[in-house]
Design a protein around this ligand. Structure first.
Ligand code: MF3
Ligand code: CO
Ligand code: CO
Length: 329
């Protein structure tokens, strides 16, 4: 007879208040239960290369992001280039979403996105950005954002956010969406639906002359209707010739976010909405952000332009994963 404590969970787990299967003597819910069913880090494959004919952003070789002053109001030339980068990013995101299915690894999604970018003469902006090792962010289940593609296999019932950014003609277009892997729970489907709606409520709040805080106010109000959490640590950002510029777009209401929106400004709106707490923890890789309670989270992102009368969604329209507000399509 073996007296050693088991090191892996039994096929049928104990009830929450029964003692843990590991032999610690603690209740299952106070011991191993919180760790089970969580995403585990896999093996990260070597960095992919981009053919020499594709123009690269300044950080591509060293991985060091050196910021420079960039006007918040874009010229017509920058705007027309951003329209193109946005359209390409939107296309890559939709195709990558259609590729999602049970049994594939997040690394296979990375290879696919990498090749889709190159086929469009785009550099995949995440690659070597501050040393980030892959061409797309793949954030599964309780991963809030910046998940690194690895050897983990997608399981039926997972949810996955793909965050695609393309650098073309000297500008970036940044967009993400959350996709179902096979058949998902009604609770997860609602989380995804409401998160997409939160993003579009935020986009609708883009009006020249109004403060940026209107965006977070609209997002937070929609999340609250379903008693969902709004992540605070990661925010929308100015974008253009640089991936991240100094405009900050909070996804919750804060009166101090009072920069006035002006025609020609470009920034992202990218709410991360949770089933439980809005607090996060970081994995040891210093990239992967997860919910502190292990509950699931979803995100959607568009790059937008403030126009004279309202907003233009540079990563939206036909061919995008989230082409328009759900209530207007
Ligand atoms: N695309 C992300 C965003 O929405 C940033 C990813 S940075 C990376 O801002 F280095 F992780 F790729
Ligand atoms: Co972004
Ligand atoms: Co993004």
């Amino acid at each position: 007879m073996s007296t050693a404590s088991p090191t892996s969970p039994p096929a049928i787990p104990p009830a929450a208040n029964e003692s843990c299967w590991c032999g610690s003597g603690r209740k299952y819910k106070r011991c191993h239960k919180p760790l089970e069913g969580r995403v585990l880090p896999g093996v990260v494959s070597p960095m992919r290369t981009v053919p020499a004919h594709i123009p690269r952003p300044p950080y591509a070789e060293s991985g060091e992001v050196r910021r420079w002053n960039e006007s918040a109001i874009k010229t017509p030339d920058v705007i027309s280039r951003m329209r193109h980068a946005g359209k390409m990013a939107a296309e890559v995101l939709r195709l990558a979403g259609e590729f999602v299915k049970p049994g594939i690894t997040t690394d296979a999604i990375d290879a696919y996105v990498h090749d889709l970018c190159i086929a469009r003469n785009a550099y995949p902006s995440p690659l070597n950005y501050s040393g980030y090792p892959k061409s797309v962010c793949t954030s599964v289940n309780e991963v809030i954002c910046h998940g690194i593609p690895d050897s983990r296999v997608l399981e039926d019932g997972d949810i996955i956010n793909l965050d695609v950014t393309c650098y073309i003609n000297g500008v970036h277009g940044d967009t993400n969406a959350t996709f179902a892997v096979g058949t998902i729970s009604e609770q997860d489907a609602n989380l995804i639906r409401v998160t997409e709606e939160c993003m579009w409520r935020g986009i609708e709040a883009v009006v020249p002359g109004r403060p940026l805080s209107d965006i977070g106010k609209a997002i937070e109000a929609r999340a609250k209707q379903d008693k969902l959490g709004v992540v605070r640590a990661f925010i929308g950002h100015g974008i253009g010739e640089q991936f991240h510029t100094d405009i900050q777009v909070l996804h919750y209401y804060d009166a101090r976010n009072n920069t006035v929106m002006r025609p020609g400004m470009t920034f992202t709106i990218e709410p991360m909405i949770t089933l439980g707490t809005w607090q996060h923890r970081m994995w040891d890789d210093d990239w992967t952000a997860v919910t502190a309670d292990g509950k699931r989270t979803a995100q959607f992102e568009h790059t937008v332009l403030v126009t004279d009368t309202g907003v233009e969604v540079l990563t939206g329209g036909t061919g995008a994963a989230s082409p328009a507000a759900p209530w207007s399509r």
